[in-house]
Design a protein around this ligand. Structure first.
Ligand code: DGL
Length: 271
């Protein structure tokens, strides 16, 4: 048993989709969440910039005595996971592998859609993992660069004409390609599940990178005997690199919990 907290990070709010699942499946664990809200979005940046940011995020999280880190960010996982794992002597879980495993299990017609940030699509990491897991799968990929800024601005609801128009434009080609499974390969995208589901229709399974990474973390903790005492109730601390009020407002909306006055701001450039 290990009562130390787990670090979770993302460029902004997206990693909360993993936190949401962690609260359900690992309620006894303490979490330290960092959202790099001053520098979001990562997905439109170069690999070098993303790796630099990710290293700072990890250095900040490691100022706590952690037992593991969940990289709750598709963009950091696709571009930087191997480097971060090589540099850090603590277990790190990313989102790509578990998400692809689930997608391969779900698809019946072997036509899988992938939506992710531009950096993730460019990296080819999801496609490579899917092909390795099932060479018969055909992957249809699409970068959706406007989804992250819209989600960060809280434009996540059904009936919001802006997000609905953008979603239709991005997703119609994937729907027309006949995919039966769609990977939400950026952890922000499950915030838009209703809107995405409406465009794709009921015959398409949505696979959330946030949720699958949470399950993977649970498996890893169990395998390494790092789980906390199941009788305790864990706590979550939130840190961001820009205004706490904006983060708290949208986070409360999504997590359906009042998070006012809970987040703290840090200067990520110091790390
Ligand atoms: N939520 C992140 C991801 O999973 C990053 C989005 C971004 O900052 O562009 O890719």
């Amino acid at each position: 048993m290990d009562q130390r907290p787990i670090g979770v990070f993302d460029s902004g709010l997206g990693g909360l989709t993993a936190v949401h699942s962690l609260w359900r499946i690992l309620p006894e664990e303490d979490l330290i969440y960092f959202g790099d809200t001053a520098r979001v979005p990562y997905g439109s940046r170069s690999r070098e910039a993303i790796l630099k940011y990710a290293r700072q995020d990890v250095r900040f999280l490691r100022s706590f005595d952690l037992k593991a880190i969940l990289i709750a960010c598709g963009t950091v996982t696709t571009t930087s996971l191997a480097a971060l794992q090589a540099e850090n002597d603590l277990p790190m879980v990313g989102v790509v592998e578990p998400t692809c495993r689930r997608a391969v299990l779900m698809t019946q017609n072997k036509r899988v859609g992938l939506i992710a940030t531009a950096a993730s699509v460019r990296s080819g990491a999801y496609e490579a993992a899917l092909r390795r897991l099932d060479p018969e799968v055909t992957v249809f990929s699409r970068a959706c660069p406007l989804f992250v800024p819209l989600a960060e601005a809280g434009r996540i609801r059904r009936g919001d004409v802006v997000i609905e128009t953008v979603a239709r434009e991005y997703l119609t080609p994937l729907k027309n390609a006949g995919v039966d499974t769609l990977i939400l390969g950026c952890t922000h995208y499950p915030l838009l599940t209703d809107v995405i589901g409406d465009v794709m229709g009921p015959g398409v399974e949505l696979v959330s990178a946030g949720e699958e990474s949470a399950f993977e973390l649970k498996r890893m903790l169990k395998a390494r005997e790092l789980r906390a005492d199941e009788r305790r109730r864990g706590e979550t601390e939130f840190y961001v690199s820009d205004r706490v009020e904006d983060f708290e407002r949208t986070a409360s909306l999504f997590l359906q919990e009042d998070l006012r006055h809970t987040a703290r701001r840090i200067d990520i450039e110091r790390y």
